[in-house]
Ligand binder design. Structure first.
Ligand SMILES: Cc1ncc(C[n+]2csc(CCOP(=O)(O)OP(=O)(O)O)c2C)c(N)n1
Ligand SMILES: [Mg+2]
Length: 269
């Protein structure tokens, strides 16, 4: 059987090293589909990632791609965009790579409003190194490094990126296929820093340790049953929302980006 996105997915690089049912396949498929639906020439796309399971996926998409240093994808992506503003530079990163070791780069790229799209797969753990606790791991969660339950609170990455200055911010889960693809499309089209968080299953660690669910599809059903659209929050109390994943678009605004500011500056000299 031919892959329906064979023109964009490097099926010749298969088989892959990901666990069965991992969200990474979905995330890269959606990025490829968004590019395809926007009709963007793949020669004008660069995918940039750091280190981690999620970061490894860039090698399966038929475009120029870099896996860089751990947490430094945004530094490389910023350089690429400044050097060649005609490229669509998309960073696909994990929660650890993007918001742990790379957290500082993430907030500053948003503050500077670099014309980049970040798609961050949040599986709540450092999956590739054994499922250790991450800045996104839920409070109380059992992981190999929190055997008594996580005593810390996780980041709300969308609030963080909104405060940092991103012009487009959205969160979906791997259950929300179509809205997630639409958000990635919007993010790519935005002239500024866009951030799309995808809460996704790592069946091996998030599933086994944190959610105590053993099948990928059970994790996706858990996301379905434990998420709520931003518009439906209504009068729900903080306590009622405490364990819910709030999904939707949180920011969609216009602001001049860094590359455009540079271009204006050069025009004046
Ligand atoms: C400088 C440095 N520190 C730590 C590591 C080990 N390391 C590799 S990947 C990773 C975590 C990746 O987590 P995440 O970005 O969430 O990716 P996932 O595997 O969950 O997709 C860590 C800590 C490293 N490779 N380099
Ligand atoms: Mg992770």
């Amino acid at each position: 059987m031919e892959h329906p996105l064979k023109k964009l997915i490097k099926t010749e690089n298969l088989p892959h090293e990901f666990c069965p049912g991992c969200a990474i396949g979905q995330v890269y498929h959606w990025v490829a589909r968004a590019i395809d639906e926007l009709g963007i020439d793949m020669n004008k796309v660069v995918l940039v990632s750091g280190i981690g399971c999620c970061a490894r996926g860039v090698r399966f998409v038929r475009c120029d791609a870099l896996t860089t240093l751990h947490g430094r994808a945004l530094a490389f992506a910023t350089g690429i965009k400044l050097a060649n503003p005609n490229l669509n530079v998309i960073v696909v990163t994990g929660d650890g790579d993007g918001s742990g070791i790379g957290g500082n780069h993430l907030i500053h790229a948003a503050r500077r409003n670099v014309e980049l799209t970040v798609v961050l797969l949040n599986n709540g753990v450092y999956a590739s190194t054994g499922g250790q606790v991450a800045p996104t791991t839920p409070h109380g969660a059992y992981t190999p490094t929190t055997p008594f339950g996580n005593i810390e609170d996780p980041f709300d990455l969308c609030k963080l990126l909104e405060a940092a200055g991103a012009v487009y911010v959205a969160r979906w889960t791997t259950y929300h296929v179509r809205p997630a693809i639409e958000s990635i499309k919007k993010g790519i089209k935005k002239k500024g820093f866009s951030f799309i968080e995808i809460i996704g299953q790592c069946p091996t660690y998030l599933g086994r340790y944190v959610l105590k669910l053993y099948e990928p599809v059970e994790c996706i059903n858990w996301f379905k049953n434990n998420s709520i659209r931003k518009e439906l929050i209504g009068n729900l109390s903080k306590e009622e929302l405490a364990n819910k994943i709030i999904v939707g678009e949180f920011v969609d605004k216009e602001k001049i980006g860094l590359v455009e500011r540079y271009q204006k500056l050069y025009g004046k000299i």
